[in-house]
Structures are given as C-alpha cells and as structure tokens.
Design a binder for this molecule. Structure first.
Ligand SMILES: [Zn+2]
Length: 185
C-alpha cells in the first residue's frame, strides 16, 4: 500500500538557483542535494536563455549532483541544438514554451536553415511546394507544402497553428530520438 501510494505521488524537485554567481550556484547545489528529493531542477534566467551560460553553470555544479537522479533544465529548448547541448552537459529533462510559441508566429524548425528555422510568412514561400523540412516525418510535412502553410498563415487560418505546432514539437522529439545514447532504447 505504501509502495503504491509512493509510486503514484508527484515527484518533488528542488531548484538550484544562484544566477551566474559560481559561489551561490555551488552553495545552492549542495543544499538541494542534501534535501534528497526525487529530482533536481536547475533554474534562473540564464538556463535555456543563454546556452553558453547554461553550460557554464552546469560545469560548476555537475560534480556535486548525484548521477542517479534526473536533472531538469527549467525553460530550456528554444531550438533543437539547445537540447543537444543541454543533454551533452548532463541534463535529462526540459520544458519550454518556444516550440509552440514560435510555431504560432510562423517560425518553423528547419534543419537546412543556418538559424534552424524558417519564417513561413515570407513571400519566398508563397510558391514553394517543398515540405517545411524534407527530413521530417510529421503529418504536416508528409501532407502539406510550404506554400499551403504560407497561405494558411497569411489568412490567419486556425488550422495553421495546429499544423505548425505539430511540426515543431515533432522536430524536438526527433532531435532527442536521434541522439546516439537514445537510439534502440
Ligand atoms: Zn514536420
């Protein structure tokens, strides 16, 4: 009974704070580890907003953190490469409004673009019969062209927001699936 209650109860995470102050991050990390909660979150404005800063913070505290508990980067994931960098420096979990917020504003992730996304509102896409990203297996890319999505966006058609969000979320999931450590899992 106790076991069943434990497995169904929410997992409480403590949050490491301290901004870009190395001494405060280390002090906070030691305090959080001492609480011995199920998971550890790393928060603050830097995390996810500034990826160089995020990696630097993790380099200060990663030796303090237990290997057997999930490490959660709060508010991280505005583009696929951010997620790769976060996993490489030791994070296991993320959350971010960016994939769907960007989608609703016409910014669609595209691996061919140096910025990792295209702005579907631009007129260059009005006649473009390609999918958003020809490496993507999402229903939006399998079914609709950039030209059609450009048309939907310009018309403020509600369908656009759904199709665009499906694509950006699938790109994020696929980014993680394609990492070597997650293949064949
Ligand atoms: Zn897609």
């Amino acid at each position: 009974m106790v076991e069943a209650m434990h497995s169904s109860s929410p997992a409480l995470f403590d949050i490491i704070q301290g901004g870009m102050h190395k001494d405060l991050r280390i002090e906070s990390a030691k305090f959080v580890v001492d609480q011995d909660l199920p998971g550890i979150a790393v928060g603050g404005e830097t995390i996810g907003f500034n990826m160089d800063g995020t990696e630097e913070v993790m380099s200060w505290i990663s030796d303090i953190l237990p290997r057997d508990k999930p490490k959660y980067a709060m508010g991280l994931g505005s583009k696929p490469s951010d997620v790769k960098r976060a996993i490489a420096c030791g994070f296991d979990m993320f959350d971010c409004v960016a994939p769907t917020r960007l989608a609703r504003n016409g910014a669609l992730y595209c691996s061919e673009s140096p910025t990792e996304r295209i702005d579907i509102s631009k007129s260059i896409y009005a006649q473009d019969e390609n999918s958003i990203d020809n490496t993507c297996d999402c229903p939006t890319c399998k079914t609709y062209s950039r030209a059609y999505l450009h048309h939907l966006f310009k018309c403020k058609e509600l369908l656009f927001y759904r199709l665009a969000s499906i694509h950006n979320l699938r790109v994020m999931i696929k980014t993680v699936e394609n990492l070597p450590q997650f293949r064949d899992v």
